[in-house]
Design a protein around this ligand. Structure first.
Ligand SMILES: *Cc1c(COP(=O)(O)O)cnc(C)c1O
Length: 357
């Protein structure tokens, strides 16, 4: 059991062995007597780390040969811009499914080199659902979606399948469940939600898209630049890549996506059942769109917030404050969150129910 139960939305909990091993690497990497962060990124030892990290992504997600895997910088926020640059085609138009604050930010970036078209949006109900009845015209170069809406607690369960190339910001649920990578032309994800520390961003994309953009792309924003150099065009964020590699190894050693998907569903069921059977708590997301990663809920009676917060801090439960745009509470339960911590949270919710329900 962890000493503090960290339900933060990101940066977030990682497996303890990753904290241990990555901390050791700062002092003495691979028994070399040197620190991971002082050696050359061109050294054999670091090139092996980068190659292992890319290989683990390919193995765990069963990435097809058509696709390449890179660890770059800039966060998912730069991914908003990079995805638009690299996918802009003859229509000079990207289509966006606006399902939350991050999706909205992604849509904005396309307007720097083309047109940004909102295909559908759930902003009318403060993003508490995933729109499904939208129609996509054939005047789009790509269609961009956000798989998991970290702030609002919704998640896409069925991805678009069609002729328009699909781009996806998977920052907050990558490696949480199985996905069919071949259906995506481009996936990107900031590491710090479910893969590692902040500082690196994962890109997975169909190599067919490279060199096809209809707009000139600045060197560092061109995926081809990095793909041609095996993710080593310039100095990579070595520590973030190393710790991500360790997390991926941990995931693979623990049964990969089959196993983690089941565990994530179990954890989500535990807390959603408690919310659904409660007279005090209320979930904020539409039932069928609820996220297994971020569970958003409120106390119907605001007067109980203080009592609940005190109970949480007594139980050493951390990071449950909801995002200011939703209010209430948000329990983020990324891969490394043990089910025991979720059970503890549910027990505290039950206790409040007994006291005040
Ligand atoms: C956190 C988050 C981002 C922003 O990531 P940065 O790496 O901080 O730029 C983008 N999209 C989603 C879905 C997120 O959860």
């Amino acid at each position: 059991m962890p000493k503090v139960h960290n339900f933060s939305a990101g940066p977030c909990i990682l497996p303890n062995e990753v904290f241990q091993k990555s901390a050791e690497s700062i002092l003495n990497f691979n028994n070399s007597g040197l620190s991971l962060i002082e050696i050359s990124h061109r050294s054999k030892d670091f090139v092996e780390v980068m190659e292992e990290a890319r290989k683990l992504v390919k193995e765990i997600l069963e990435v097809p040969e058509t696709h390449d895997v890179l660890f770059l910088q800039g966060g998912a926020s730069l991914g908003f811009l990079m995805s638009a640059y690299n996918l802009m085609g003859t229509h000079k138009t990207g289509g966006y499914l606006v399902t939350g604050a991050w999706a909205k930010k992604a849509a904005k970036e396309a307007s720097f080199m083309g047109n940004s078209l909102i295909v559908d949006s759930s902003e009318d109900k403060n993003f508490n659902y995933i729109p499904k009845d939208y129609e996509i015209g054939d005047n789009l170069d790509y269609f961009h979606v956000t798989s998991n809406n970290t702030i609002f607690g919704t998640q896409i369960k069925n991805f678009y399948k069609g002729n328009i190339p699909l781009a996806c910001d998977m920052s907050s649920d990558i490696f949480s469940r199985k996905i069919d990578v071949k259906n995506f032309d481009l996936i990107y994800a900031g590491a710090q939600k479910n893969m590692g520390p902040a500082g690196t961003t994962l890109y997975i994309f169909n190599k067919d898209i490279l060199g096809k953009s209809s707009v000139p792309i600045p060197t560092m924003l061109d995926l081809k630049t990095h793909s041609d150099k095996d993710s080593m065009f310039n100095t990579p964020p070595v520590f973030a890549v190393y710790a991500s590699m360790l997390t991926l190894k941990w995931l693979q050693n623990n049964g990969g996506l089959d196993s983690i998907e089941k565990q994530n569903e179990k954890k989500a069921d535990l807390i959603y059942n408690q919310i659904d059977n409660s007279s005090l708590f209320k979930g904020t997301a539409n039932l069928e769109d609820r996220s297994t990663m971020n569970v958003t809920f409120t106390l119907e009676n605001d007067d109980l917030n203080e009592t609940f917060n005190t109970m949480l801090s007594d139980a050493k439960i951390n990071g449950l404050k909801g995002h200011r745009s939703v209010g209430g509470f948000r329990a983020s339960m990324y891969n490394a969150m043990p089910i025991e911590s979720v059970q503890l949270l549910v027990d505290v919710m039950k206790e409040l129910e007994t006291k005040k329900g």
